[in-house]
Design a protein around this ligand. Structure first.
Ligand code: SF4
Length: 352
């Protein structure tokens, strides 16, 4: 028996090729629009698709849609989804609403997962504790956004405006899934989001960052720095222990990326009390940040039980910020969202 084709995982050119085996190529465009513009999963509803193609999709292919296993809403309006994949494993997705002073929705951000678990083993992260389990397909990633968008419209009357790849997994270890999802999310007759509204966040894999620069991708790139010294960074992020991904290689790849793309990079820096929040850390971070066009996003850590890290105090944070500002570094602070439902950064983990 042949393995069914995973229709949602196909990129546009593969879908065209597959459809063209039995139908005119424009039928692929129609099918694509149903799937990625309208979010339709029921073949019967795809009224302009001939019965012969619908039959073929059902017999030779499979629409492996996500199914919702759980949904929780935090007191600040953040919504966390638990999705079951075709494999039976689960991933989490978070919808983070921002509101204007008058209460109207201003920005709707979806944080998507690209892998089940993660191989990178950062010592402050609940996902890292799970180890790597599987990559998500481009369809499984893009569908998280479609699902969150429907919920956002129903709940807040507003569309999703931004997508961040900051959920479970290291996106650059799933390039096929991530780049395929970006295609589905950004093409005009797909989900139709501007590429600049998408940010991919990586632990800092130097070779992959160079690859992205060469591919001239248009989405934003964020790099998790979390410590400005090699020894400190290695102690919490195993990726830094290898010469080809330590701080020196990483910084060289970032300089290459920013030169080649003309875009600035965002450094994510999670503040851990007594570990990486001293004036000396701030000064070293400023030196790194000035090597290439960038901004620094300081994250207030959401403690994960048993991992032994704590959030920095407010006055330590303020001192840290003023050192960066003194050095002309652009800095923003990300406060926790959805903490009461464990939806905040670094808190995503599931018992599979
Ligand atoms: S912080 Fe990111 S890269 Fe590190 S273990 Fe967690 S999910 Fe993986």
């Amino acid at each position: 028996m042949t393995t069914p084709v995973d229709i949602l995982a196909l990129d546009r050119s593969d879908l065209k090729e597959w459809v063209a085996q039995s139908e005119s190529a424009f039928r692929a465009d129609q099918l694509w629009r149903w799937l990625w513009k309208h979010g339709e999963r029921d073949l019967e509803q795809m009224t302009n698709i001939p019965a012969s193609l619908r039959k073929r999709v059902a017999s030779e292919g499979e629409i492996r849609a996500l199914s919702l296993a759980d949904q929780q809403t935090a007191t600040d309006g953040t919504i966390k989804f638990l999705f079951a994949l075709h494999s039976g494993r689960h991933v989490e997705t978070v919808l983070i609403p921002d509101f204007d002073d008058d209460g109207s929705p201003s920005r709707m951000t979806v944080c998507v997962s690209s892998q089940v678990g993660c191989a990178m083993g950062c010592s402050f992260c609940a996902t890292g504790l799970m180890g790597f389990q599987q990559n998500l397909t481009s369809g499984e990633i893009a569908e998280q956004v479609q699902w969150a968008d429907r919920t956002s419209k129903e709940t807040y009357g507003a569309n999703v405006t931004n997508v961040v790849f900051m959920g479970m997994g290291e996106p650059l270890l799933n390039m096929e899934g991530v780049l395929g999802a970006v295609e589905k999310l950004t093409v005009e007759d797909g989900f139709g989001l501007g590429a600049r509204r998408i940010t991919v966040s990586t632990v800092g894999l130097a070779t992959r960052i160079r690859e992205l620069a060469d591919l001239e991708t248009r989405f934003g790139l964020a790099v998790s720095l979390h410590a400005p010294f090699n020894d400190k960074r290695s102690s919490i992020m195993p990726v830094n222990r290898k010469a080809k991904t330590d701080l020196d290689s990483l910084m060289a790849s970032i300089e290459y990326y920013t030169r080649k793309t003309g875009r600035r990079i965002t450094y994510e820096y999670c503040m851990f009390s007594g570990f990486n929040d001293s004036v000396e850390d701030a000064r070293e971070l400023a030196k790194l940040a000035r090597k290439a066009p960038s901004k620094v996003n300081l994250i207030m850590y959401n403690p994960v039980e048993g991992l032994g890290f704590h959030r920095s105090e407010e006055d330590t944070l303020n001192r840290f910020i003023s050192e960066l500002v003194k050095a002309n570094v652009t800095v923003t602070v990300r406060r926790s969202r959805g903490q009461d439902i464990d939806a905040a950064c670094g808190q995503l983990a599931i018992n599979q």
